[in-house]
Design a binder for this molecule. Structure first.
Ligand SMILES: [Zn+2]
Length: 95
């Protein structure tokens, strides 16, 4: 899976998770059954998203974990390759 796709999936996963929680808390205020369903769904979406992070939030070139700063990283901190193109960083610091 492409890293850009993974980023979109994780963003969508967390957004859905938060939205469902909000619906569960506010929309389910007078309806404990709905509230329970929504909070369960939120937990499920959260676990799916965490699973995606565990499985795919890593460098496509060396397999190193990119969990930290996943959304701002452009170059792998382990092998220093560009995460999109796989090219080694040139110029300063690119020894
Ligand atoms: Zn790497």
């Amino acid at each position: 899976m492409k890293l850009s796709t993974v980023r979109k999936l994780i963003t969508a996963g967390f957004t859905i998770c938060i939205l469902v929680s909000i619906i569960g808390i506010f929309g389910g205020a007078g309806d404990p059954v709905l509230s329970n369903y929504m909070l369960t769904a939120a937990v499920v979406f959260f676990l799916i998203t965490v699973g995606i992070i565990m499985k795919w939030a890593r460098c496509p070139w060396c397999g190193g974990s990119l969990m930290r700063k996943f959304f701002s990283l452009k170059v792998c901190p382990h092998c220093h390759r560009d995460l999109e193109t796989g090219k080694k960083k040139k110029g300063k610091g690119g020894r």
